[in-house]
Design a protein around this ligand. Structure first.
Ligand code: NAP
Length: 268
């Protein structure tokens, strides 16, 4: 193994994202799969699981034991919101740099975890969306919001997703609200005949979450103006779309000593 090799733990290797991450690490010359953390299969090797590449990395069902027994540089976490938060904290405690795609982190979580990363002088990256096209969709939406303050976000995901709205929708709303004057949209006297009909409200902006089998990860940002509409849409058609972003984050997390939230902050 060369000095440049990055030793990686993957949490959630059997998941839809985790499987792609295992493949990414397997195929990337300077990446080495050091171990994995799964909710089952304790003690097995990755290569013993069906459909997995020929990797000898051992699976642990407990993150703390894994971190104690494994020499690792980076943790890639693709699990659940509750597990992801715990894993990120434990990784920082063990001086392993977290690269987290798991969604569901609140602004308070991020502030607290950034403080911890800075105290430990170690890099961490949380990206609610690793797709480069989705980052551009967010940037273009922020540009458009200066001119179109009336905007609604519709995010669409597969029905196994645990959190709503998606991290991408929440992030898009936050970026838009940085440049948009505060505005409550819709008729001032509008009433919801059915709870939730107008979606969730973020500072006057409405966010709608659709969950259906068949979908992967999609988002439309709809702007309305006098006599015109602008729609900015991004579609992730499979989970491979996220892997160039994961690779960039693993390569970048070495060079920072704080927590960076959002792929856009590490893209040139
Ligand atoms: P998934 O298919 O349900 O995979 C999650 C995996 O994590 C499952 O294999 C699950 O095992 C495992 N797991 C649950 N708790 C665990 C724990 N404590 N320790 C270790 N493994 C654990 O979900 P997914 O679609 O891959 O998504 C995973 C996460 O990534 C979600 O938060 C999702 O929102 C997010 N995501 C992010 C991006 C991005 O670009 N950042 C893109 C897509 C998805 P069991 O099912 O056996 O419990």
């Amino acid at each position: 193994m060369s000095n440049l090799t990055t030793r990686i733990i993957i949490a959630g290797p059997r998941g839809k994202m985790g499987k792609e991450a295992v493949q990414l690490v397997h195929e990337t010359k300077d990446f080495h799969l050091a171990a994995a953390v799964d909710s089952k299969n304790n003690g097995k090797k990755i290569k013993e699981l069906s459909g997995m590449p020929d990797e000898d990395a051992v699976i642990y069902d407990d993150m703390e034991t894994c971190l104690e027994e494994t020499e690792a540089d980076v943790l890639i976490d693709l699990t659940t919101p509750a597990a992801g938060k715990e894993h990120l904290e434990l990784a920082l405690d063990h001086h392993v740099r977290p690269v987290v795609g798991t969604t569901g982190f609140t602004p308070e979580d991020i502030t607290r975890l950034r403080q911890k990363a800075e105290e430990k002088e170690i890099g961490a990256i949380i990206a609610p969306n690793f797709a480069v096209g989705a980052v551009l969709m967010m940037k273009f939406s922020q540009m458009a919001a200066k001119y179109f303050p009336d905007v609604e976000i519709i995010e669409m995901h597969h029905d196994h997703k645990l959190d709503a709205p998606s991290g991408t929708a929440a992030k898009t709303a936050a970026l838009i609200n940085e440049v948009r004057p505060h505005k409550s949209q819709g008729h001032p006297e509008e009433q919801e005949e059915l709870d939730g009909a107008r979606g969730a409200e973020v500072d006057g902006l409405r966010v709608h979450s659709v969950r259906l089998p068949g979908l992967v990860a999609h988002q439309e940002v709809m702007f309305g103006g006098s006599g015109q509409m602008l729609t900015i849409r991004h579609d992730s058609l499979n989970r491979q779309s996220f892997m160039p972003g994961v690779k960039l984050a693993v390569e970048t997390v070495w060079n920072i000593k704080t927590l960076v939230y959002g792929l856009e902050n590490i893209m040139e």
